[in-house]
Design a binder for this molecule. Structure first.
Ligand SMILES: C[S@@+](CC[C@H](N)C(=O)[O-])C[C@H]1O[C@@H](n2cnc3c(N)ncnc32)[C@H](O)[C@@H]1O
Length: 204
């Protein structure tokens, strides 16, 4: 994550106020890019869920979602976060996952947590034939990982699709953008830390 910044949103559940936190920046942009975007009855995904603010914004603003999948192994894994750092653990614990599941219960039937890594998700037969029209890439932040995820999802898009990348200055976004061009994607809008690419034409 580029900068530690927490935002809080209130969700009312059985008259209780619960807080869903985010650790990133520019959630206003994510809100803008999701607002009323028609997912055309396809799936949506967020890679890297943490406490759930990104997924909550997607579920609250996107229209016509079949199912939103949050992909996150939690388990306080030790891994290399960026191209130029070593491996270290953060605070992505199973306790955090359990709280996330409680908080997201309000989205029953629309939200599913895939409690495993991006790699295992992409190798899971259940999703080989799935199609996604909005993806938030906010898990591992190494170029090779984001590139692999991007191409996997680019092969499984709907007619109109948006990809949002968090912390894009931390990896080689130019390379990822170039690789997504043949799939019909190009930059729609960008902030300092988040960038939105849209598939603007149908590639046969
Ligand atoms: C920056 S946080 C995500 C923040 C979240 N999107 C939000 O808006 O609040 C990164 C998350 O990526 C998860 N993560 C780490 N390695 C992963 C992997 N290989 N596949 C999927 N998620 C991973 C971590 O467990 C952590 O919860």
């Amino acid at each position: 994550m580029a900068q530690e910044m927490c935002l809080f949103l209130r969700v009312f559940k059985n008259n209780l106020v619960i807080m869903i936190k985010g650790d990133s920046t520019e959630y206003n942009l994510l809100e803008q890019w999701t607002k009323d975007f028609d997912c055309q009855g396809f799936m949506t995904a967020e890679i890297g869920v943490r406490e759930g603010l990104g997924s909550k914004i997607m579920l609250d603003n996107l229209k016509n979602i079949y199912l939103h999948v949050g992909i996150d192994p939690y388990g306080n894994l030790k891994y290399q976060h960026y191209d130029d750092t070593g491996s270290y653990t953060c605070d992505y614990t199973d306790t955090m996952r359990d709280k996330l599941l409680e908080d997201m219960a309000v989205y029953k039937g629309k939200f599913r947590l895939y409690n495993d890594t991006d790699t295992n998700f992409m190798n899971d037969h259940d999703f080989v034939e799935s199609k996604f029209t909005f993806v938030h890439f906010d898990g591992p932040h190494m170029t090779k990982d984001v590139l692999t995820e991007s191409i996997w999802f680019a092969n499984r898009t709907g007619p109109k699709t948006r990809f949002v990348f968090d912390d894009f200055p931390k990896y080689n976004m130019q390379l990822i953008r170039d690789c997504l061009k043949p799939f019909g994607f190009d930059i729609m809008d960008q902030g300092k830390n988040k960038i939105c690419l849209e598939k603007q034409r149908l590639v046969m």
